[in-house]
Design a protein around this ligand. Sequence first.
Ligand SMILES: [Zn+2]
Length: 284
Amino acid sequence: MAPDAVAYAIGGSFAVAIGLVIGSFLDLCIDRMPEDRSVVWPGSACTSCGRPVRPYDNVPVLSWLLLRGRCRDCGAAIPARAPLVELLGGLVGLLLFHRFIPSTAELDLPHFALWAVHLGLIGCMIVAAYTDLGHRIIPNETSIYAVPFGVAGAALLAWLGVDDWLVVSPLTSIVSAAAVGAFFATVAVMARWALGHDGLGWGDVKLITMIASFVGAIPATLIIMLLASVAASVHGVVHLVATRRRAYLPLGPLLALSTLTYVLYGDAVVRGLFPGASMFFGPR
Ligand SMILES: [Zn+2]
């Protein structure tokens, strides 16, 4: 192999390895954040007997397979969700690597920063998706508390001078988060007033605000909301036809899927929807 190809393969493997480790951490967050427990201390432990996981039993996916999905100490089953979320982390790491570092020309620190910032965004979305599905909870740590990281990410990428249609300026990041947060907070209040119950939860409002701080309000958050609505409608119709009952799907997983879609293929989506919108993205 040419030296370039070797370097690229090493870069890709690094992205997958970091993704797997992040996935392992996300699984811990999914377990602990709905219960308001620390995700830093204590470290990974069996949810059944509480004994700490040995470092050599903490290798993503592989350890679960070797232990046949059981705790080494008490034999309690470790949910299959653990290796699945780890695999998901690795897959997202690879997809984002392919998206932001398509060739050796982008194999540099600024593009790895681009990759890392969006791995952070999607990581928050994965946790929010799972906790919303399992507990109807979207943790503040993955939503409103992550807004400063969205702004910091925009500032870092601006400082590094990264050129990508997805990147927004730090000012756009701040204004977007404020505007989107205020808009959807108003929608939530009005929906509650009109319906008599929550039409849009506060967790959803905070999550959408976080997304806006990373990718900006227009067109990104608009398109992400549009994609999530389309996905919700498709799911609703399929569910109705299959079970003859109305479906309820929380917004978290829909937003996670549509945010990942936008990060990966947003320019193509916008070009498809609005053929005249190249002013947002420039020629390609
Ligand atoms: Zn145990």
